[in-house]
Design a protein around this ligand. Sequence first.
Ligand SMILES: COC(=O)C(/C=C/C1=C(C)CCCC1(C)C)=C/O[C@H]1C=C(C)C(=O)O1
Ligand SMILES: O=C(O)CCC(=O)C(=O)O
Ligand SMILES: [Fe+2]
Length: 363
Amino acid sequence: MAPVPSFPVKVGHIDDVQELKKIKPSSIPERFVRDMIERPKLATATTPSSCNLNIPVVDLSKISNSQDFHNEIMKLSTSCEEWGFFQVINHGIDLDLLEKMEKISMEFFMLPLEEKQKYPMAPGTVQGYGQAFVFSEDQKLDWCNMFALGVEPHFIRNPKLWPTKPLDFSETVDIYSREIRKLCKNLLKYIAMSLGLNEDIFEEMFGVAVQAVRMNYYPACPRPDLVLGLSPHSDGSALTVLQQGICSSSVGLQILKDNVWVPVQPIPNALVINIGDTIEVLTNGRYKSVEHRAVTHQEKDRLSIVTFYAPSYEIELGPLAELVDENNPCKYKRYNHGEYSMHYVTNKLQGKKTLEFAKIYDN
Ligand SMILES: COC(=O)C(/C=C/C1=C(C)CCCC1(C)C)=C/O[C@H]1C=C(C)C(=O)O1
Ligand SMILES: O=C(O)CCC(=O)C(=O)O
Ligand SMILES: [Fe+2]
C-alpha cells in the first residue's frame, strides 16, 4: 500500500504563492515568515568561502572507461562520504528529454489556478498540486508550489491526479521516469562497487523500486531574506535525482556542510544526485543523507524536478552486515520500508529528524 495518513489533518488556508505574487502584497503573510533562526542569510559581495565550495562532479562516462574507472569510483565514494551530494555529467540522458520535462512542468505551473486545482494535494498527503508536509494551522509554509506524482510501481499511481493539460504531460513524465530509473539503477551499482560490495546488491534487495516525481516551482519573492523555498530536510529515498535549470538556471538549493549552508551552483546539463536516508541506513552511516533546503530569489523564479527512488514498501532493511564491525557498531535498527515511508510522509520536514525513527542510541 502507498503510505497515506489515517488521522484527520487541519492545515487552515494555504495561500498559493504564484497567486500571492500576482497581487503584490505590501508585506509577506505571517505564515511564510520564518523565525529569525531559520531565515536564510543572503549572499553579498563579501560573503565568505562557503560560496566558493562546490559539490563534487562525477563523470559517468569515465566509469565505463577502464582507464578512469578507479579514480571516478573513488571520487564517487568520497562524495557520498563527505558530501552526500554530487552532480553527474555525461549521464547519458537525452538533453532534449530533460528540456521537454522542464517545458511541460513550466507549462503546468503556468496554467490558471482553477486548472491546477483539479489535481489537489489533499491535506496530509504528498501527491497532487499544493504544499506537502503541512500538518497544522500554525506550521510555517514554504514559498513553493509543488506538483507530485507516484510513478512506479503502478499501484501507487492515482490516475485522477495525472493532468490532461499540457497534452503531452503524462507521456513525457513516463518517458522521463523510465530514463531516470535506469540512471538510478546504474548509480546504485556504482555505489555498491565503491563500497566493495556485489554490484547487484541493492537491485536484488529493493524488489520493484518505488519511484515518485515532484516538480517544485519557486516564484520570485519580494523578501527572500524572510522565507524559505523548501524547509530543511533529508530525503527518505535511497537516491534522489534533481534536475535544476537545464533551460535556465538560478541558484536555490543549499546543503548543510559542517554547519554552513553551501549553495549548489547549477552546471548546465548536469543532474544533482543525493544520498537518501535508506542508503545512510544500509551503509551504517558511511554514506550520508545530508540536510538540504531551497531558498528563493528576489527577481528570478526557479523550477526543480525531483525523482525519489526507494525500495519496495515490503522490504525489511537495516545496516548491511559487511559494513558493521567492532569499529563501526550498528547505528540503525532493522525496519520495514513501508513503515518508514508512512513515518516520513506523516511528519513535517524537519532537518534529519525523520531518521531518528531508525537510530540506535546506545552505542
Ligand atoms: C521530500 O520528499 C518527498 O516529497 C517524497 C515523497 C515521495 C512519494 C510521493 C510523492 C508519492 C508516492 C509515495 C512517496 C512517499 C514515494 C519523498 O520520497 C521519499 C520518502 C520516502 C520515505 C521514500 O521512500 O521516498
Ligand atoms: O528545489 C530544490 O533544489 C530542492 C528540492 C528538494 O530537496 C526536494 O524536493 O526534496
Ligand atoms: Fe530533498
